[in-house]
Design a protein around this ligand. Structure first.
Ligand SMILES: Nc1ncnc2c1ncn2[C@@H]1O[C@H](COP(=O)(O)OP(=O)(O)OP(=O)(O)O)[C@@H](O)[C@H]1O
Length: 564
């Protein structure tokens, strides 16, 4: 007997041999350990091993035969349909068959059709338990396997995200998820995508969820602010674009309990927008084959329940505080993003078409860009011990009480420290969230800031790698590196270099183009000349043109990701 490859089975917890009735001399030895399943096929003296890693398993269900028993003990789902089964609690079972079945759902990485590409593929492993004469005894065996698999999945989750809520006795992952679907995102197919591609996975993974379909802009934001989010310790997931996730994050920041919610809650995104920058960045960070099946890969992140830290950026304008997870832009790229809205129906191609149009009549904008360079990546957040003149550093107490009114256009600084804000209107919505560590807008910046005054083609900042699926804007970024990656292009750049820059954004080579500055910073300030016009965007959403400053809040949020 020779093994093709070794199964990863460090001291298997459960082990069972299953016979294949249709093939004499063939058996499957199946071993379960905390690493996953080892399927060992023995046929005429040869041994073939296949390992299904635990992180690739999303769930399992016990079933009972509906009409007739199958002959094979396990098979990949891609092969023929063998027989019908029903849920163990169904009344439609076949009395003559005492077998119990365990269906194990896994999504494994396979080679794609194109060389060197990979993709995730569904695989269903069916184990038939029939050693005993009574169905109840066979079902007990199947249940033992199911409970053990779920226990291992749960343990993996606890290790990766200890603050998650679990009941100590029940191994079922029963935390409810809130799904927020934007029916208008992208080309308007989010509902269909959810029903056909996401719901089946949620069922296989036994995920308990509520679905909220947004009715208008700001619906998700209002929901976050006003509803009890503590019932959604399974996470909050948007089915839409980056704009709807931006609403969720800002809505959560409008709650007094924002701090604990951000610690406990996992946020997720199933892409159906036109940009989908964060969904791509998350998969890119963990080397997941996103491009082949973005929805499947993103939904798998969610059903496995593992989370990883994500940097958030605090954005301050003249009249509001915003929280951003993707980008801030002024000039060419933001103009393209906003102006191409009118051809939204053509999908993500709209960006390419509009960029070409903008290059023909290239505009520049006057203003001042200031930034605080990082001292070293990974530690580039602003230290609160630094002694800057005019800096507003808040005490822990002040931090919890800090709020800002987004309903009010005129706000007054009340605290001496300067980063606690109060609305002039009683009923205004308050924004909480961490305080600033940089001087308020309008105040002089410390000496370690770099200040550039002039005329710009664009100023664009990104914190994760991708602005859009096919735009790797900050190739060196990590989800939690504590850096804002700031790109500055001044007027005077040659057309050739600008084209090289734009083309390079799909591969990441644009960062080395001459006349392009690409810098990791902890914070920056933009002071555009309003009369020059142009668009200012945060996470791809338009905001009023005016002075703005941004600073990194390292690892403030947690996002679903296949972080191993
Ligand atoms: N039911 C709705 N009708 C109209 N607008 C909505 C609705 N629900 C949400 N919105 C608004 O739509 C905006 C864009 O949504 P979303 O980000 O989901 O899609 P997108 O713009 O196509 O994607 P991307 O941001 O990735 O480009 C959000 O800012 C949100 O305010």
């Amino acid at each position: 007997m020779e093994a093709e490859e070794d199964c990863i089975t460090p001291s298997p917890t459960l082990e069972e041999t299953f016979y294949i009735l249709s093939k004499k001399n063939s058996v499957y030895r199946v071993k379960l350990s905390e690493k996953g399943l080892c399927l060992q096929k023995e046929y005429n003296g040869n041994v073939k091993n296949e390992t299904i890693a635990l992180e690739d398993i999303i769930g399992c269900r016990c079933m009972r035969s509906k009409r007739f028993a199958q002959k094979c003990m396990w098979h990949p789902s891609s092969s023929k349909k063998y027989h019908k089964v029903v849920d163990e609690n169904s009344m439609e079972w076949d009395e003559k068959d005492v077998s119990a079945y365990l269906y194990i759902y896994a999504y494994i990485i396979k080679k794609g059709k194109v060389k060197s590409t990979k993709k995730r593929e569904r695989m269903v492993i069916t184990l038939r338990f029939r050693s005993y004469d009574k169905y109840e005894d066979n079902m007990r065996e199947a249940q033992k396997w199911k409970v053990t698999i779920k226990y291992y999945m749960n343990t993996q989750l606890k290790t990766s995200f200890p603050s998650c809520y679990f009941t100590s006795t029940d191994v079922k992952i029963d935390n409810k998820i809130l799904m927020i679907l934007n029916p208008k995102s992208g080309v308007g197919k989010a509902r269909e995508v959810f029903q056909s591609k996401v719901v089946p996975l949620l069922t296989e993974a036994d995920i308990n969820y509520d679905l909220h379909v947004t009715r208008h802009a700001h619906d998700a934001r209002n929901l976050m602010r006003t509803q009890n989010m503590w019932q959604y310790m399974g996470g909050i997931v948007v089915i839409g674009g980056d704009g709807i996730l931006n609403e969720v994050i800002n809505g959560l920041m409008e709650r007094p309990d924002w701090e604990t919610l951000f610690q406990e809650l996992k946020l997720g995104i199933i892409p159906s927008g036109s940009g989908n920058g964060l969904a791509k960045s998350i998969s890119y960070a963990f080397n997941e084959p996103y491009d082949q099946s973005p929805i499947l890969v993103s939904a798998l992140n969610i059903v496995r329940g593992i989370a990883t830290p994500l940097d958030i950026v605090r954005v301050e304008t003249k009249n509001q505080i915003l929280f951003s997870f993707l980008s801030i832009g002024w000039g060419l790229l933001s103009d393209v993003d906003i102006e191409s809205e009118r051809i939204r129906a053509i999908g993500s191609q709209r960006f390419t078409v509009w960029t070409v149009a903008k290059l023909i009549g290239l505009r520049t904008y006057r203003g001042t860009v200031s930034y605080l360079p990082v001292k070293s990546e990974k530690t580039c957040s602003i230290s609160s011990e630094e002694d800057h003149d005019n800096r507003s550093v808040m005490s822990e107490e002040g931090r919890r009480d800090s709020f800002y009114s987004v309903g009010s256009r005129k706000s007054t600084y009340l605290s001496a420290a300067g980063s606690s804000y109060e609305s002039l209107r009683e009923d205004a919505i308050r924004t909480f969230g961490p305080p600033t560590n940089i001087p308020p807008l309008g105040q002089v910046l410390p000496a370690d800031w770099v200040i550039i005054k002039g005329e710009f083609v664009l100023v664009h900042a990104s914190y994760p790698t991708h602005l859009m699926t096919d735009c790797i804007f900050a190739p060196s970024a990590k989800l939690d590196d504590g850096c804002i990656w700031l790109c500055v292009i001044k007027s005077g750049i040659s057309r050739a270099h600008l084209v090289q820059f734009l083309l390079g954004m799909s591969t990441g080579t644009h960062t080395n183009v001459p006349q392009v500055d690409f810098l990791p910073v902890s914070a920056f300030r933009l002071e555009p000349e309003i009369s020059d016009g142009g668009h200012l965007t945060v996470d791809g959403e338009l905001i009023e043109l005016g002075p703005l400053q941004a600073e990194i809040l390292p690892s403030l949020a947690n996002v679903f990701a296949r972080a191993h």
